[in-house]
Design a protein around this ligand. Sequence first.
Ligand code: SAH
Length: 220
Amino acid sequence: MSASRHGGIGMTSQRTRLRMVERLRRQGIRDEVVLAAMGEVPRHIFVDEALASRAYEDIALPLGFGQTISSPYIVARMTELARSGRALGKVLEIGTGCGYQTAVLARLAKEVYSIERLAPLLATARRHLRDVRITNARLRHGDGLLGVPEIAPFDAILMAAAATHVPAALLEQLAAGGRMVLPMAGNQEQRLCVIERTAQGYVERKMDQVKFVPLLPGVE
Ligand code: SAH
């Protein structure tokens, strides 16, 4: 098809994205809804122009202010764990960054609320989400540790920065049957943690070893 050969960056990146999805499959991501969302969101739009050619590699990339956008595998894995095969209504994200994870969540949840403490990053994320025409994500400048009590409960809460303890306010804002996915920092290493709210209480599972930037208090 000559159209795809001459389609410029749009077509090229769509092919590259499909290769990324195949790689995610090989890496063990099984949720077809997550894989479809990863195939649809143009990751190169969310990274600095100078890094766009590397956007679909399985690496974390710098997004300014000492922060990083997680690798495609980590974004897919956290989304898969948060979804756990269910349709998602309201979802809360802590650490908007460039807005990429927000966009993936917005493809499979009804509504996404995302909180970022760094104002300049939030402004850029807003632009990115507008560029890819996502309208069901609400972005806020604030300390994510407080959550959004007036919108809670959430079917899923994702944290993109590593905490040393599970924020109590966020546990409270989890719906019954809801799941929180977060990197927990131990003495030596960080692990992805899934906390499920059941009728009896909270059940915690430790998963993959990961490397995230630290969760920080307050706003800038
Ligand atoms: N999911 C993001 C990853 C961003 S890195 C992406 O796809 O780009 C983690 C982000 O968490 C950073 O932008 C950092 O500023 C933010 N962050 C750290 N502590 C926070 C807090 N307490 N509240 C809100 N955001 C926080």
